[in-house]
Design a protein around this ligand. Structure first.
Ligand code: X8Z
Ligand code: ZN
Length: 342
């Protein structure tokens, strides 16, 4: 895949390749504006039984793009911060009114509510963290997944009540996010950082190594040969300011489908492909039960206790199995170009 066929510069998210007719909310969000997205995100968590965000969150966060003449620049990649390991929670974002930011706001609020939920006298300061490295990233991404399903969008009046939706296209769009992310997160990013830190990768080989991993794991090639004087990896903020952390997102994608299966099958009793979490206090209670112990319990025991199973990609595979069937039919007679195993 030529890198410039994809609107995402790292090829980490291919969702823009599919426009699911009937479920496009870009126009709706544009009309409402960026403040609405943040407020509506908070309302979603409140509807699940979480508290209002503290006043300081709004006063001390930086949520919207800075003006060109502000006299300073800010990193416009979204992040969430637990400033004092207690009640001071803040976020750095540059929210714009589109679907991507809709998902990102819910993702960041997942971190914020996780911070707030385990900041209690029972949890020592140094254990105010996720149950394992993937949990923190999973919470808000889970809410982001739920927030784009048809039933949810219809329930909120964000799409037409009678919208006819092509289920295969919707599943395809989700796969182009949650599946496509894994070879990038667990492959390219993680292996590059291993070369960089564990194997002392020399600066003049950085670009060569980067693009060789991109080709190997993502099947993506640059539009033209990239000079060795550049380090394209450094365009990714995590390489610069969040080292050796990126594997968390891959783990989180596996975990979030486990959480989603539990919520849709056991709590909501709705088709996991078409749920509406809004207003479900039982869903909020389940999420709080995952969050409130912070890092005080062994995560395997924790997972077993709350979900009744070990960490496994089965929930994710089950979720996408109708798509697998569809793709096998569509691609009959063709050869796979990316290996299943490396
Ligand atoms: O960096 C993020 C979050 C902040 S923790 C917005 N994500 C990764 C990325 O954008 O590269 C979320 C998914 C992957
Ligand atoms: Zn995150």
């Amino acid at each position: 895949m030529p890198a410039h066929w994809l609107p995402n510069r790292w090829g980490q998210d291919w969702t823009a390749l599919v426009d699911v007719e009937g479920l496009n909310i870009d126009g709706y969000l544009k009309e409402k504006g960026p403040e609405f997205i943040v407020k509506q995100g908070e309302e979603f968590y409140i509807s699940l039984g979480f508290p209002q965000l503290p006043e300081t969150f709004y006063v001390k966060s930086s949520l919207y793009p800075v003006d060109a003449d502000a006299g300073y620049k800010k990193n416009n990649h979204a992040s969430a911060w637990h400033m004092d390991y207690d009640k001071d929670v803040r976020s750095l974002m540059s929210v714009e009114p589109n679907t991507e930011w809709w998902g990102t706001v819910l993702h960041e609020l997942g971190h914020i509510y996780y911070y707030s939920t385990y900041s209690t006298p029972q949890i020592p300061l140094i254990l105010r963290n996720g149950a394992n490295r993937g949990y923190h990233e999973a919470m808000g991404s889970l809410i982001g997944l739920a927030s784009l399903q048809k039933s949810f969008l219809q329930g909120r009046g964000m799409v037409d009540k009678n919208a006819k939706v092509d289920e295969a296209q919707l599943l395809m769009r989700e796969a182009l996010d949650y599946i496509v992310h894994i070879p990038w997160g667990a492959g390219v990013m993680t292996h590059f950082e291993n070369e960089l830190y564990a194997k002392n990768l020399s600066p003049d080989l950085m670009n060569q190594e980067w693009w060789s991993l991109v080709k190997k794991y993502q099947g993506i090639v640059p539009p033209s040969n990239r000079d060795d004087k550049y380090c394209d990896a450094a365009t990714k903020t995590h390489i610069v300011n969040d080292p050796a952390q990126y594997y968390d997102y891959s783990i989180s994608n596996v975990l979030l489908f486990m959480f989603h299966k539990h919520i849709s099958d056991k709590i909501l009793k709705q088709d996991s492909h078409n749920t509406n979490y809004w207003g479900s206090k039982a869903t909020g209670d389940f999420l709080k039960s995952l969050m409130e112990t912070g890092a005080t319990e062994d995560w395997r025991t924790h997972l077993k206790k709350h979900l009744g199973s070990e960490m496994s990609a089965k929930a994710m595979l089950d979720y996408f199995s109708p798509l697998m069937k569809y793709l096998k039919e569509q691609n009959k007679g063709r050869n796979y170009t990316l290996p299943e195993k490396i």
